[in-house]
Write a protein that binds this ligand. Structure first.
Ligand SMILES: CC(C)(COP(=O)(O)OP(=O)(O)OC[C@H]1O[C@@H](n2cnc3c(N)ncnc32)[C@H](O)[C@@H]1OP(=O)(O)O)[C@@H](O)C(=O)NCCC(=O)NCCS
Length: 179
């Protein structure tokens, strides 16, 4: 499934994305360092693990491509639960050259289109945890219609410290149909 937005094309990760994925991650190290868990394995191992996770159905790993073909953003639905839950945790990061241009709101809206589409991931609920200091990410969540549901102390270890997160979610019925 592919989603086209005003400036981006969202699709799932492919094996041929490896070098662009690594180049984009390396260009964005500084931007990501304080906010997302560090990559401990070497980058091609990390890419292979992400692809395997996607192909197993455990997660949906996506990239948003700019008009020139570069990766503008990474958007994921992690830890997909089926059965009576039908939910996943959203994760998002912008590629540094595309930061601060509203691309992330476009990419996350498209991610939610994929998440809730019956011919996409067909989820009922998408959750997101955001550090209270991550103003930019909080604004992305608000712009994409996430509702705040609670607070989780010391939820994730980032850059060596257990960090509190504000908890958000969006249900399928709360999301506008794509198009
Ligand atoms: C969080 C992140 C994805 C936001 O990306 P972005 O490119 O700034 O997003 P957008 O341009 O779509 O902007 C989102 C909002 O933040 C606002 N914003 C941009 N720069 C900002 C800044 N320095 N301070 C506060 N708000 C800012 C934008 O104005 C926009 O708000 P608006 O829609 O109300 O105008 C990006 O900073 C990033 O990748 N950070 C590192 C990884 C990360 O934090 N991931 C999320 C973990 S929960």
């Amino acid at each position: 499934m592919e989603i086209h937005t005003a400036r981006l094309r969202l699709r799932s990760l492919r094996s041929t994305d490896c070098s662009a994925w690594i180049a984009g991650m390396e260009a964005s190290l500084e931007l990501h360092r304080a906010w997302v868990p560090a990559v401990t394995a070497d980058r091609s191992t990390r890419f292979a693990a992400q692809l395997a996770e996607h192909e197993s159905g455990a997660s949906w790993k996506g990239i948003a491509l700019a008009e020139d073909g570069r990766i503008a953003a990474w958007v994921n639905l992690n830890g997909i639960q089926r059965g009576v839950s039908q939910c996943a945790n959203a994760g998002w990061s912008v590629s540094a050259p595309f930061a601060g241009q509203g691309m992330m709101v476009e990419a996350v809206t498209a991610l939610l289109d994929v998440a809730f589409a019956k011919d996409g991931v067909a989820l009922h609920r998408v959750a997101a945890g955001i550090m209270p200091e991550n103003t930019r990410s909080l604004r992305v969540a608000a712009a994409c219609g996430f509702r705040e549901e609670g607070f989780a102390p010391e939820l994730v270890c980032i850059a060596g410290q257990w960090r509190d997160h504000r908890l958000f979610a969006k249900l399928a019925r709360e999301h506008r149909p794509p198009g």
